[in-house]
Design a protein around this ligand. Structure first.
Ligand SMILES: Nc1ncnc2c1ncn2[C@@H]1O[C@H](COP(=O)(O)OP(=O)(O)OP(=O)(O)O)[C@@H](O)[C@H]1O
Length: 754
């Protein structure tokens, strides 16, 4: 379930030679490999955003290098029964298809043909090594998701049903019903099938890419190992996602626009899923698109590698930023899992084969090893046996999930074996908002796995409590907290010993310590250790580019809001805007957008001072949710314009005396209007309260009848009973008005005022 995220910057295409290159790969220090992507701020060239990944591949990276580093090491795991998913993500024309499929020449072949070649080679070797006792079969399925419909690419297009193939969830996995599967004996077989199938895939020329994929293509390679009466099955999925695109840049016609809307929507849902997972939301919106259902990012068992494809030039600037933001969040899913996965309660099948120099991956959870083993086999029986014993120590998956890091007993869910009917477990959050954690954080693999069992924690650098909090505490505070935690742990141990309780006081799900040494129980030690690393890396990241990160986050939210608006997802857009306001507090245009959306959705107006106070209604996501995303950008106030032309402008003004937090649009008597927007609001109310038919009729969107009704209503009521309208909210409640009418009238005033 770990997600490894790597970025690949493609070289300049011939037509791009001489263009302005703005994306570059970098390293955290000279001795380290490339792990950072740098890109200037869209507004201020002098300022650079940094995004850290598990690995970064620059323009010079060959197909072979990428494959060898990122895919080849997982083939062993595939044969150990783990599912492997590799997917390419990025804006249209950035090299996803090149990465996954590649060219026909040997050196140009992409991940997919190389994967198949390796699978066949390994399968043959296995059969040879076991003198034919183990038989390895490979079968392929290949399908596309086009306009949110699933079509089998191994079937001729004329056989397609317009509605496409349905999806079903079974045993925690998503299946395409009626998908064909073809046995495939060797590379030749594969190439024939694959080339033929690709001809069935929908592609078209757009302005940005002569052969743009208009669908998401999913190749599934099923590896079945039969050995005596045991069968082990695992699947490698290679996914070439269609690229997100800005229709303003692609000159798309009607058909392309429909495709594009479907592509953008599904990619938007994917980014929402990534966000929801990284926030630790209970509800992950997988089901909102077929692609996300199938990808099941973070829900699927096994290994997932996300390859972010990037174009290096300026014309992709905002799109590049947007995909950098999404993917760097996806990386967080992996980071959190790395921290949670070191649990060795059962004898694991080691993944030593994954210990390549480039692999910063965790040993997989032991029970993952039972994945894809058919019931009836020895391994499956063993897995089932384990699953049936809830009292057995299980994977401490929720290390960061417990709000209270006290030493209390936590019940730990029984592990999930693959291909069982376990419902999907919502992922637990890694509560950092960081989008640029230094990728050089040490791999857990590099650490001795027993260390946390035997080694007392080092108090000076551990962070003991409140893992959900953003890291904003000083080193001395950390130290004090650590001292306290360690004291607590020791006290608990002493109490337990005094009570002659042979069990460690922390968690009865853990075995007693190997000796009577005052060691910290494994789970706590592990937790502290993980926190220590997190604090180190986050502090480093924070020191590195605190403000830049916050701004990048703000921009990402604005871009996301815009995308959501385009998809008609007003509620989602509102949530994003409100969060962005947390980053760019008091920003007038942003407040205007929020107000209009709230009015449109029939919600109360925003009440805001500096950062927005949450005022949820109708499920809207608010800001200030304590995840640190609403942090004020230190030292400057950003004035952000999310223009209708799709660009996002960031204008910085000197910090104001009150901390740069402008009070804005306040209604309903909570505070008088003091923000920039207030003149408009006041002016609107003044016109309404004048009861002057002519003036009211002059308001945008208010015709003669509405104006007359309004005047009649106000005249009928005495001042105390609503004869005077005090706020926009009150105005919305009047007969014939409503959110949309008020919004339009207000918008009209805004236009006049400029
Ligand atoms: N690493 C690379 N080396 C050389 N050429 C590349 C590389 N990556 C991409 N290209 C070229 O860039 C162009 C666009 O690449 P590709 O079609 O793979 O983009 P894409 O992301 O799949 O686009 P879409 O989403 O529109 O399908 C192609 O001409 C491809 O050959």
């Amino acid at each position: 379930m770990s997600v490894r995220v790597v970025a690949r910057i493609r070289p300049l295409l011939e037509k791009e030679l001489g263009k302005d290159v703005i994306v570059r790969a970098d390293r955290v220090d000279d001795a380290k490999p490339l792990t950072v992507v740098k890109i200037p701020s869209p507004k201020n060239e002098a300022e650079e955003f940094s995004f850290a990944f598990n690995s970064v591949y620059d323009q010079s990276t060959s197909q072979e290098e990428l494959f060898t580093a990122e895919v080849a090491p997982h083939i062993k795991a595939l044969f150990q029964g783990l599912d492997v998913t590799i997917f390419a993500y990025g804006v249209t024309g950035t090299g996803k298809t090149h990465t996954m499929r590649g060219g026909l020449r040997l050196a140009e072949r992409g991940v997919i043909p190389r994967l198949l070649s390796n699978v066949f080679r390994r399968g043959k070797k296995m059969m040879k090594d076991t003198n034919g006792e183990t038989v390895v079969d490979v079968a392929l399925s290949y399908y596309e998701i086009y306009n949110d419909k699933v079509f089998d690419l191994l079937e001729p297009p004329e056989k397609r049903q317009p509605a496409g193939l349905p999806l079903r969830e079974k045993e925690g996995k998503t299946f395409v019903v009626g998908l064909s599967e073809r046995p495939c004996d060797d590379l030749k077989d594969f190439e024939r099938l694959y080339i033929e199938a690709n001809n069935n895939r929908v592609t078209a020329a757009t302005k940005l890419n002569a052969h743009s994929s208009r669908s998401h293509a999913i190749l599934r390679v099923k590896v079945t190992q039969t050995s005596g009466d045991t069968i082990r099955e695992s699947t490698a999925s290679a996914i070439d996602l269609a690229g997100s695109e800005d229709n303003r840049r692609t000159d798309n016609g009607k058909e392309r626009l429909v495709e594009s809307a479907a592509i953008n929507k599904s990619l938007f849902v994917l980014s929402q899923c990534v966000d929801a997972i990284s926030r630790g939301d209970k509800r992950i919106p997988y089901r909102e698109s077929k692609m996300t259902r199938i990808l099941s990012l973070g829900q699927n068992n096994g290994i997932t590698v996300m390859i972010l494809n990037l174009a290096p030039i300026r014309s992709y600037h905002l799109d590049t930023l947007s995909s950098l933001n999404v993917s760097s969040r996806a990386k967080r899913i992996e980071v959190r899992e790395i921290e949670n996965e070191i649990v060795f309660k059962q004898a694991p099948r080691t993944n030593s084969g994954l210990l390549g120099a480039n692999i910063a991956r965790q040993p997989l959870r032991p029970l993952n090893n039972a994945h894809n083993v058919h019931t009836g086999t020895l391994a499956a029986a063993k897995a089932a046996e384990k699953a049936e014993k809830p009292d057995k120590p299980a994977k401490a998956f929720a290390v960061f999930a417990d709000k209270k890091p006290s030493l209390s007993v936590r019940s730990i869910p029984a592990p999930t074996a693959a291909n069982t009917s376990q419902p999907r477990q919502p992922l637990l959050p890694k509560p950092t908002t960081d989008s640029s954690i230094p990728a050089a954080r040490p791999s857990k693999l590099a650490r001795p796995t027993q260390i946390s069992l035997l080694r007392p924690p080092q108090p000076s650098s551990l962070q003991p409590t409140q893992p959900q909090q953003p890291i904003s505490i000083s080193p001395s505070q950390i130290e004090a907290m650590v001292e306290k935690k360690v004291a607590e742990i020791l006290a608990a141990r002493a109490a337990a010993e005094a009570a002659s309780n042979p069990q460690p006081p922390i968690s009865p799900t853990l075995p007693p310590p190997a000796d009577a040494e005052p060691t910290i129980p494994e789970e706590v030690a592990r937790r502290l250790e993980a926190l220590e690393r997190r604090i180190e890396s986050e502090a480093a990241a924070r020191a590195d580019d605190d403000g830049g990160r916050a701004r990048a986050e703000g921009l990402r939210l604005l871009l996301q809001a815009r995308q959501a608006k385009e998809c008609g997802e007003d509620l989602v857009a509102l949530g994003c805007y409100e969060k962005a306001l947390g980053v760019f507090p008091g920003q007038a245009k942003l407040v205007g957008k929020i107000e209009r959306l709230r009015a449109k959705l029939g919600m109360e107006p925003l009440v805001c001072e500096g950062t927005v106070k949450e005022k949820r209604r109708g499920g809207s996501a608010g800001v200030g949710d304590g995840d640190g995303e609403g942090e004020y950008i230190d030292g400057t106030e950003a004035d952000v314009e999310d223009d209708e032309d799709g660009s996002v402008k960031v204008v910085r003004t000197p910090r104001k005396k009150n901390g740069g937090r402008t009070r804005v649009v306040v209604t309903e008597g909570e505070e008088e209007d003091v923000g920039e927007e207030s003149p408009k609001a006041k002016r609107l109310l003044e016109i309404v309260n004048s009861r002057d038919l002519g003036r009211i009729r002059g308001l945008h969107g208010i015709g003669t009848k509405k104006a007359q009704d309004l005047v009649d209503h106000l005249t009928l009521k005495g001042e105390g009973e609503g004869g005077k309208v005090e706020s926009l909210a009150q105005l919305r409640m009047l007969p014939g008005m409503g959110g949309r009418v008020v919004e339009r009238a207000w918008e009209g005033l805004a236009v006049q005022a400029v």
